[in-house]
Design a protein around this ligand. Structure first.
Ligand code: NAD
Length: 248
């Protein structure tokens, strides 16, 4: 029960890594607000998580909606200990000059601007309490980019720098900020990274992961639970690979 009594907001928690993080948090004693664009998915996940957790449909790239998420979390939980900025999207693999402006804007709004919007809404609360843990779900794409995912890669490089910048500024206020850098994982988003989900493309991706398997939502839940727990009280500004050795 490493997160006993902690109140957490997890974005994009209706699916994939976010769902794995929410499940692990609850298993460790936390209560989770499941925030997702997908209303039905958020409600279903909250029901699965059980008493104390609840779902809330919102677009993390919209400032007014993010403010409402934080206001609701404070009202329902009485305070927020943990924020996981997990919701993220990609453009399909293609040469960099062919990505549409609309897709570029969507990737940066969901992957990057949302972190600013949540900081604007929640950091004053964490400063006031003198404590808090923020975890950004970045990607190995931000450290060791693959061709044809150029603007997605860049957005995750931004997330890694934002994590360190937030960490150094908030450390004197008792708020820790870390990131995890997952390698390609078994979630609905994987097909978008691969372009096409065929045995050949899977084999190509797997050949770059020394431990020889894709990552899972459980892997992310385990890493997230540690980094957001008091066991990691001396750890801030870390962007931790959860990547089976891909970035070695
Ligand atoms: P996913 O598609 O399974 O889940 C993402 C969730 O975010 C979905 O439930 C979706 O509805 C929600 N979402 C999308 N846009 C949103 C918005 N604007 N507002 C609120 N919710 C929104 O994807 P996943 O693979 O679990 O990805 C989670 C995070 O992990 C992302 O940040 C992604 O970039 C990162 N990541 C994924 C992989 C991978 O291979 N799956 C690898 C590295 C990093």
């Amino acid at each position: 029960m490493r997160l006993d009594g902690k109140m957490a907001i997890v974005t994009g928690a209706a699916s994939g890594f976010g769902a794995g993080i929410a499940r692990k948090f609850v298993a460790e004693g936390a209560q989770v607000m499941v925030v997702d664009l997908n209303h039905d998915g958020a409600m279903a996940m909250a029901e699965e998580l059980g008493e104390g957790s609840f779902g809330h449909a919102a677009n993390v790239a919209d400032g007014a909606q993010v403010a409402e998420v934080v206001g609701t979390a404070k009202d329902v939980f009485g305070g927020v200990d943990i924020l996981v900025n997990n919701a993220g999207v990609t453009h399909l693999p293609m040469p960099m000059e062919e990505v549409s402006e609309e897709d570029f804007d969507r990737v940066f709004a969901v992957n990057c601007k949302s972190i600013y919007l949540f900081a604007r809404a929640l950091v004053p609360h964490m400063k006031e309490r003198g404590s808090g843990a923020i975890l950004n779900v970045s990607s190995t794409a931000g450290l060791s980019p693959r061709p044809n995912l150029n603007w997605y890669n860049s957005s995750k490089g931004w997330v890694n720098t934002a994590t360190k910048a937030m960490a150094v500024e908030l450390a004197p206020r008792g708020v820790r900020v870390n990131a995890i850098n997952p390698v390609a994982g078994e979630t609905p988003l994987l097909a978008s990274f691969m372009g096409e989900d065929t045995p050949e493309v899977r084999a190509k991706f797997l050949s770059t992961i020394p431990l020889g398997r894709f990552s899972t939502p459980e892997d992310m839940g385990n890493a997230a639970a540690f980094l957001c727990s008091d066991e990691a009280s001396m750890i801030t500004g870390v962007c931790m690979e959860v990547d089976g050795g891909r970035c070695i």
